[in-house]
Design a protein around this ligand. Sequence first.
Ligand SMILES: [Zn+2]
Ligand SMILES: [Zn+2]
Ligand SMILES: [Zn+2]
Length: 241
Amino acid sequence: MFLAMNCPRCASEMKEHTLDAHMARTVVVDVCTPCQSLWLDVRENLQLTPGATLALFRVIGEQVAKPQRTGADTAKCPRCRGRLRKTQDMQRATKFEYLRCPNGHGRLMTFFDFLKEKDFVRPLTPHQVAELRKNIQTVNCSNCGAAIDLAHGSVCAHCGSPLSMLDLDQAETLVAQLREADRPGKPVDPALPLALARARREAEEAFAGLPKDDLWLEENLSFGLVGAGLTALVRLLKRES
Ligand SMILES: [Zn+2]
Ligand SMILES: [Zn+2]
Ligand SMILES: [Zn+2]
């Protein structure tokens, strides 16, 4: 019997998700909603196919909430109890970080850092920040949940993250990869590109003034812009499927 894992960061019970990987294998990812983190065993991140990445993306989108994190980084590896070490890495021009087991058992990442690693997040342009400022005063940081006062800039005063949004270009690339390479014999949902196009339009409308009859941004702004984009995308993916 495999016991549910407790989150190394906040001790909440994590939820296990099984995703398809290469060579008809599966990978198991443990997800913590309260602190918006996930645990990947060491090799599992490498085995994530485009399909598995999209599935995980969907899992994250369904769990998205304002992160509740403690400041203390005393997290221990769930396998060996070794103290996890903070590690910084780069994906193209994007820095991200995670906590890594010193004995190589795996790593704990926040949703936000996972999305950064997969190139799904980009900082707002100065123009987008200006558009946003016309409509709202504060927005929550997608990394730490702190309120960012737009009158005082677009960088979180608490954790230093720039105000960021979901990059739907990368979601489209992923769907294109899915169509070409992944899982022969299993057709890709033909509605996916349409859902992505709609999510992109909704996300872009947010910067052209808050749509009066569409509350998605207002409803979800407390999760930060990345969370709001994810929520919109997952809702659309569900509606189409
Ligand atoms: Zn947690
Ligand atoms: Zn370990
Ligand atoms: Zn922050």
